[in-house]
Design a protein around this ligand. Sequence first.
Ligand SMILES: NC(=O)c1ccc[n+]([C@@H]2O[C@H](COP(=O)([O-])OP(=O)(O)OC[C@H]3O[C@@H](n4cnc5c(N)ncnc54)[C@H](O)[C@@H]3O)[C@@H](O)[C@H]2O)c1
Length: 261
Amino acid sequence: MIGSGAGAVVTGGGNGIGRALARRLAAGGLRVVVNDLDPAAASAVAAEIEGFAVPADVSTEDGVAALIAVARKHLGHIDVYCSNAGIAAPGGYEATEPDWQRSWDVNLMAHVRASRLLMPDWLDRGTGRLVITASAAGLLTMLGTAPYSVTKHAAVAYAEWMAATYGHRGLAVHCICPQGVRTSMLAGSGPAGDVVLRDTAIEPEAVAEALWEGMSDGRFLILPHPEVARFYGLRAADTDKWLRGMGVLQQRIEDSTAESG
Ligand SMILES: NC(=O)c1ccc[n+]([C@@H]2O[C@H](COP(=O)([O-])OP(=O)(O)OC[C@H]3O[C@@H](n4cnc5c(N)ncnc54)[C@H](O)[C@@H]3O)[C@@H](O)[C@H]2O)c1
């Protein structure tokens, strides 16, 4: 388990799941750097947990580099890096180029760019912990947003690859895959979120607790909604049946849109 006083970074820590992760890590005795695009949000959380705010945009290589440089200066070593910031652009094939690009940058490349800077130190020391907030959308799919589903699949694939390649050299990887969580992202998820996610939505604190338990158990996949394991199994075992079920849900979303419109 992680020693008290270890250094942690949480991206997108100003709100929602990131804020809950920052609070949970701080309550567990870690020193936490709180990153967010929104400086006021980062500062508010940092003040509450006696952490340190580092506003930066993790959608760019420069933003990630600046965050990690300042965090290292403050913490000494970064022991835990929670690459949590994420965005959900709506739409399917018709989503715009900028929406697709920004989704790749935040939902995948932020993890890759951070690893590039963290791994040399972690491999030297034979220890490091990379936490990636993906989504159940990365194991299954999220109706209403192709850029989100596709880039979250990529995030899961990247987390798996890192764990498979560097686990034996001391890297711990945790991949958080919740369904609906009551945050501003869920509030903005439109009819698909209403139909698919809202009834089973949980609080961000439950996600943070699931991570904390998963860290002490050394678990890769963190499933705050345990039923996701069953859906994931069904998708693998009988993809056509799973797709037919998704089609039923899509029809319900379209019906609900027609009723409200
Ligand atoms: N809310 C859900 O239902 C849900 C479900 C599964 C996974 N997730 C994932 O959890 C993570 C957190 O989502 P949330 O629901 O807490 O969202 P949120 O919108 O409530 O909070 C996200 C935070 O990230 C920050 N952020 C966004 N882009 C950033 C960037 N480029 N650089 C730095 N900070 C940035 C925002 O300013 C915001 O404070 C995301 O990766 C999301 O995909 C959310």
